[in-house]
Design a protein around this ligand. Sequence first.
Ligand code: FE2
Length: 424
Amino acid sequence: MTPGAVISWKQSRDKLILSMRILFLLFLSAVAGWSQDLVGLYLMWQSDPSTTMTINWVDLHTASPLDVHYRRVGETAWAKATGEKFAIADTTMQGRRVELKGLLPDTNYEFNIGKGIEKPAEGWRFRTMPRDLNRPVRFVSGGDMFSTRIKLDKANRNAASLDPDFALIVGDLAYANGVSSNRWVEWLKSWMQAAVSPDGRVIPLVIGIGNHEVKGGYNGKVPEDAPFFYSLFTTPQRRAYYALDFGEYLSILVLDTAHTNPIPGAQAEWLEKALAARKNKQFVFVGYHYPAYGTTKAPKGKTPLDAVHSIAIRENWMPAWEKYGVTAVFENDHHNYKRTHRLRQHKRDDANGIIYLGDGAWGVETRTVPDFATGWWLAKAEGRNHVWEVKIRSNGTSTIRAVDIDGKEFDKVEILTPRTKPVE
Ligand SMILES: [Fe+2]
């Protein structure tokens, strides 16, 4: 080979390398640019949490990819699933949804969203739930999330730092009142960026409805009154009241306190049947937004127990979960921390009563708990941002802790039986 030929070959090779580098940089910037346009990413379950995961994401592009690539952590080959689009209320935001099925229980997966990506650009991870309670399962619960973005981020980060298996959040998420899409954008971004566990795992959501999901900010009548809630969130029964079962060891019943479904009637009848069908489940928790045993809102001259919804819950729902027995009940809306005494038949029952935990202060401004002369139902209450952290074990015991927004545990309950005793 002549010296001229060597120089020419080297120049060609350098040009080829340069071209490849430019192409690679263009590819990276395209991926990064697309990632930056991502408004939200959140995980939910529509069916068995040990073998499925529904990946939802939101961006602004009508033609953005529908594919999810996923694999078990440690595997080399990627599987692909193709999702479907969904509209988000009457906005131009673009929803995407894929339900992954046939997953292995209690297994870490990594995934990316987007077509033709060989490696996860964002490094997203999730973990399926165990089929049996062969390790303790932990979840966090709360409601009433969003006053300012700074506080929402802090509260979401705090909840995720507890490394829960999932988050049960029941009502008043974005405070959008069914119309403020910009508040949903902030909520979605905050959840995507902050609700990630210490090892980079996205925390799945088990979600319920509150008054601020509804147009007008209080009670609606039909799902159309809460267009963001119903378009963003897919629940197992496609309703705001539903049951989610985790093997034989855990069921969560989420209810709608008259925001888009009345408390009596069809919902109450469903609740009775749902509890009857779950007699053999080990742990059962109930969660809803408006409290039966509240801490602040009360009709003039009366106590929170005299509120219309509180009475309706006691009359239409409570007999069912007192009859079948549950582990505990989560309530929200009143922007405080509270733990009731053990209660049954609207009286204190230390032997076989149910504990009501609330009162919805994930990231909102808290209130002052008035000194109710008849506050016989409250064991402890104060205006303090917090999440509840629940840990259930195979031996039937559970530990429930209140952790404030700075990560400090300030209340703890040990529950020694999985459910209260059934009473006819
Ligand atoms: Fe509320």
